[in-house]
Design a protein around this ligand. Structure first.
Ligand SMILES: *Cc1c(COP(=O)(O)O)cnc(C)c1O
Length: 496
């Protein structure tokens, strides 16, 4: 039976999975949610015998029901290949009694690779299925991480082009180097003289520009987005929670039916929502532990039932979690409101007009499996240092936020359920913060010197993603004012 997707904001007609992937956001501004959450149709013992790719097929086929078996398997095999530096794709490392699920073995050594390596293939397959003849042009504004992961995912994928705008003076030197050295004839990276908000606003204007859309259509192009609200990014993330449980079962670390807790360092709420989906599909998950940094909107929300973005934005050492509007939370709001689009739309309206909303007691009760907490900058750094000194294992700042919250949770509750912690970035991606946490003396060293120090200290070889950018030639040098973004796009597409 076909699983269809509905918008969280109105009762407009449901669409197929491939249409939801193509559109990204629903016309009414809502997010697509499956009409029902499917149940796994293989036992966990069967899944325990499967590779990552086989597990991905078993999970994704339940969501993307209008993809044929061969289409889906082809997407999977193109995505999870030697771009990953380990055959198991998402290895589990045990440290201090917790299972760290390493989601950073892809092209850009952060967890966004898990979804962005398959999204381009899902997108072009969706385009074919819906008889879209145009070339798909991905347009993204980035504050650093997503841009590079999207570039790596879309580079040289036939039928697509990708344009990434980043704030010229608003990303780290390593992040900039990663982007401007990007290979692939279909990639285009542009620095803009402005901040991230300028880039974001400019991109939104381009998406909404009807005249440009018409010109592009005549030339055989159409825009699409690789945004984290796309169902084509959420579904691939469910896979690794199923895989993690199955692996623990296979290795005898967990017994059949025994529950595990999951801890996730959270920003946009995509990763932890995927864990919630996995739980609803039948993976024995007890608590979903949502870890925030000092931008602790979600912690306050789980405590009080009030989502309130009216607060100061804090820049932290875990920048990918510096977020005040967690877009994917809308899907949980909608589901706990009983799939009531009007009710959800009301909350979202409140959020846009007053910056806050309050859910009902009944909805809050349905979220009791979630536990929220946060870690301060000092607690995050201390956790990196303590774990390293105790075990020799070095984690990045985002993972450390989750680890700090995990220790708090255990202390507070005495719960000793086995725990899988989503490890979302390689420490090599945030080398300076990680090394400074271990010892302040490292602050005097240069970026690549620190990389070599970390390699020695952690006894881990420098990942290819970092090794490459040491010497890679700069291939993208375009810089423009925010007013000129449109003409830059037209020039890249060679249209008038
Ligand atoms: C994006 C990101 C997160 C946050 O994930 P969400 O799905 O947005 O909650 C956490 N850690 C790292 C390293 C990230 O890049």
């Amino acid at each position: 039976m076909e699983l269809r997707y509905k918008s969280t904001r109105s009762n407009s007609e449901a669409v197929s999975a491939s249409q939801a992937i193509l559109q990204g956001l629903a016309q009414d501004g809502g997010l697509y949610v499956p009409e029902t959450l499917p149940r796994l149709d293989k036992s966990l013992e069967e899944l325990a015998q499967m590779s990552y790719q086989e597990t991905a097929y078993e999970v994704m086929k339940l969501f993307l029901t209008d993809f044929t078996e061969s289409e889906l398997k082809e997407c999977i095999s193109k995505a999870y290949d030697s771009k990953f530096d380990t055959e198991v794709i998402a290895p589990i490392v045990e440290a201090d009694g917790t299972y760290y699920l390493e989601l950073f073995h892809g092209a850009t050594i952060a967890f966004k690779d898990m979804a962005l390596s398959i999204l381009p293939h899902l997108l072009i397959t969706s385009a074919k299925k819906n008889h879209v003849k145009n070339e798909i042009v991905i347009l993204t504004a980035t504050s650093g991480d997503t841009g590079k992961a999207a570039l790596a995912g879309f580079a040289d994928v036939e039928g697509t082009r990708i344009i990434v705008f980043y704030p010229k003076n608003g990303v780290s030197p390593i992040q900039e180097k990663q982007m401007v050295t990007q290979k692939g004839d279909n990639t285009f990276v542009v620095g803009i003289t402005g901040n991230f908000d300028d880039a974001q606003t400019g991109v939104k204007q381009l998406f909404g520009d009807k005249e440009l859309a018409e010109t592009m259509n005549q030339a055989g192009f159409q825009f699409s987005s690789a945004n984290s609200i796309n169902i084509g990014r959420l579904v691939p993330q469910v896979v690794y929670y199923v895989y993690a449980y199955a692996q623990l079962l296979k290795e005898g670390k967990i017994e059949k039916g025994e529950k595990m807790n999951v801890v996730v360092p959270t920003g946009n709420f995509g990763n932890i929502l995927a864990a919630y989906f996995a739980k609803n599909m039948g993976v024995p998950i007890a608590k979903l532990i949502c870890a925030s940094n000092e931008n602790k909107v979600l912690y306050d929300f789980f405590e009080t039932g009030v989502y309130d973005r009216n607060r100061e934005f804090v820049l932290t050492s875990s920048p990918s979690m510096d977020i005040l509007i967690s877009s994917n939370l809308e899907r949980l709001i909608y589901l706990t409101a009983g799939a009531d689009a009007d009710k959800n739309a009301g909350f979202m309206q409140d959020l846009s007009t007053s910056g806050k909303y309050e859910i009902t007691a009944g909805m809050k009760a349905q979220m009791e499996d979630f536990y929220g907490n946060y870690a301060s900058e000092a607690e995050t750094a201390e956790t990196i240092k303590n774990l390293y000194e105790k075990t020799g294992y070095v984690i990045d700042t985002h993972t450390a936020v989750a680890a700090a919250v995990n220790y708090k949770y255990k202390k507070e509750t005495g719960d000793n359920t086995k725990t899988v912690l989503a490890s979302t970035a390689s420490p090599f991606k945030f080398t300076r913060s990680v090394m400074n946490a271990i010892d302040a003396k490292y602050d005097a060293m240069g970026d690549f010197e620190l990389v070599d120090e970390l390699s020695k200290l952690a006894n881990v070889t420098v990942p290819k993603a970092i090794e490459e950018i040491r010497t890679a030639p700069v291939l993208h040098t375009t810089v423009c004012d925010k007013e000129d973004m449109k003409s830059v796009v037209m020039r890249f597409l060679d249209i008038q």
